[in-house]
Ligand binder design. Structure first.
Ligand code: MSP
Length: 520
């Protein structure tokens, strides 16, 4: 059995879910659906990161004990992802006792192996990043991501002997060219490793300063550093479903995230896994930032967009389409209302939506919905079929390479051809003469096949739309990606398709100003 394990970062609960988090979820959900369509068993883990300075401070700001605050915030994420229709197999909260026990077990194991020692330390800590920064990382004395100076912290702490594992980590990334994607992030990591500037990792906080964390099993005066705790969620999420699930899925782990947290994933995490005697994850898949204007969207900068508002106004598939079509995976992309409206109207309302409604309404008008035999084979017919055969080949290939924007572009090239085929063959004109009806029936049958292939190829990108299309066609989804078009085989003789329904209403910002997504 082929398997595919995909994770997202577990999100800090100091902010409500926003568009940046939603993008990562859309990517993970799309990949899981794609691998399922290709016959793999899949598992998706996401969750919330609930310990550490940042959350403790936020809870205090709200006048709540941290656990009360966490119990209020974590469900916002869980609910949002459920409302968005993402198929999450395990939502991990780091305050879940099953997770806490595993973190303690792992800490003890590393401690027993002699890889944890006690020492005094002074360093520059950024609470935004929840990690110590090196002088080199600062820009004008500030954290480059959070635009504020880190705090000087000096105290006695426990350290993970990470330096012992760095050569093996380096070797691993040198030997596995696809372990970090896109490749320039692998080069960044290799440069970090080659610089010799990475030391051991401070993995504790004295309770006298921070109580909100998992207690170290070997010293009750300390709690565990939040990143050491959080990364283990990728393992605890599987283990919550039993050791067999862990063993089956772990070697296929794909961790999806933005570039902000590359270092903990590419340096801390593989070192921890090596120290624990566990196999390394399969790949890190690193995407860029969604920005508004110049700034990365983030709660602290106050320029976020709420995914559920977007979903309510435009539907989840409209949002999925825009996010996947507009961002080249690995690069930054900018979110602006005009681009959103233009893209949605051109591609979804016009390109796809119009085709569906034209074809289905002609099928009703001329044949009461009854599908006619697929006769004849003109150059235009062959052209159309070739365009969709190419989409069937290219779309999965681009998806496999995480070039979602290219995959959708390839499918829309075929849809453009279908729209052009309608204009060129002009079934609405032919139908004026009853003699032409067999040809009109054959043209429409071919167009219905275009919709069928489109629904198959949209099943991992726009699952709701794909389902709606199958239901309009009166057919079940095949549930997998077929190896060839199979046109002429999908509609049994006498089969009726449904009357058209609007898949994507046009967005008219001038008529309805309130429909524009607004920053909060
Ligand atoms: N809690 C840590 C992750 C621990 S994983 C073991 C964390 N949380 S976070 O809430 O800050 O989430 C960061 C992640 O959210 C990014 O890596 C990315 O996946 C997503 N994004 C947050 N803002 C984003 C953008 N503006 N653009 C794209 N992705 C964004 O870091």
């Amino acid at each position: 059995m082929k398997r595919f394990y995909v994770t997202t970062p577990i999100y800090y609960i100091n902010a409500e879910p926003h568009l940046g988090h939603t993008y990562t979820m859309v990517v993970a959900d799309t990949l899981a659906r794609f691998h399922r369509a290709r016959g793999s068993e899949t598992f998706l883990v996401t969750g919330t990161d609930e310990h550490g300075d940042k959350i403790a401070a936020m809870a205090a700001e709200h006048g709540e004990p941290p656990k009360v605050y966490a119990d209020r915030m974590s469900p916002l994420f869980q609910q949002a992802w459920q409302d968005c229709g993402f198929v999450v197999d395990q939502f991990v909260r780091t305050t879940d006792p099953r997770h806490e026990r595993l973190v303690q077990e792992f800490l003890q194991r590393v401690y027993d192996n002699g890889d944890i020692y006690f020492s005094r330390y002074a360093g520059l800590y950024c609470t935004g990043c929840e990690r110590f920064l090196t002088e080199k990382e600062l820009v004008g004395g500030n954290c480059p991501d959070h635009k504020r100076p880190p705090e000087l912290i000096e105290e006695e702490n426990y350290f993970f002997r990470m330096t012992r594992y760095l050569p093996a980590v380096q070797q691993h990334f040198e030997a596995h060219a696809d372990a970090i994607f896109p490749d320039h992030y692998r080069n960044e990591v290799l440069a970090m490793l080659a610089s010799g500037g990475i030391g051991d990792l401070c993995i504790s906080r004295p309770k006298s300063r921070l109580e909100w964390g998992i207690e170290l099993p070997f010293d009750r005066r300390y709690v565990c550093y939040v990143w050491f705790d959080a990364l283990i969620s990728y393992v605890s999420g599987l283990k919550m479903h039993g050791e067999d699930t862990f063993r089956a899925f772990w070697p296929t782990a794909h961790h999806v995230m933005a570039k902000d947290i590359l270092k903990p994933h590419a340096i801390f995490w593989p070192s921890m896994l090596l120290a624990l005697g566990l196999p390394l994850f399969r790949r890190l898949l690193i995407h860029g930032y969604w920005v508004r204007g110049e700034a990365k969207m983030s709660k602290s900068l106050g320029n976020v967009i709420r995914p559920l508002d977007m979903k309510r106004q435009f539907g989840i598939d409209t949002l999925r389409y825009f996010l996947l079509r507009e961002m080249a995976f690995g690069q930054d992309a900018s979110f602006n209302e005009d681009a959103f409206v233009a893209r949605v109207n051109a591609d979804l309302a016009n390109g796809l939506g119009n085709l569906v409604s034209r074809v289905l309404s002609m099928q009703q008008r001329y044949f009461a919905g009854c599908v006619q035999p697929l006769e004849g084979d003109t150059p235009a017919d062959r052209d159309l079929q070739a365009a969709f055969a190419q989409a069937l080949e290219e779309v999965p290939q681009w998806t496999e390479q995480l070039a979602f924007h290219r995959a959708l572009e390839a499918l829309w090239r075929a849809l453009d051809r279908a729209n052009k085929y309608v204009v060129d063959t002009a079934p609405f004109t032919l139908a004026r003469n009853a003699q032409n009806l067999p040809r009109v029936g054959a043209i429409l049958h071919r167009l219905l096949e275009c919709l069928y292939t489109t629904a198959v190829l949209l099943s991992w990108f726009l699952p709701e739309t794909s389902q709606k299309m199958f239901s309009l066609l009166g057919l079940d989804s095949p549930g997998h990606v077929p190896s060839n078009l199979g046109w002429g085989e999908h509609f049994p003789p006498g089969h009726r398709v449904r009357p058209p329904a609007t898949l994507f209403p046009r967005i008219d910002l001038h008529r309805d100003e309130a429909a524009a997504p607004r920053p909060r």
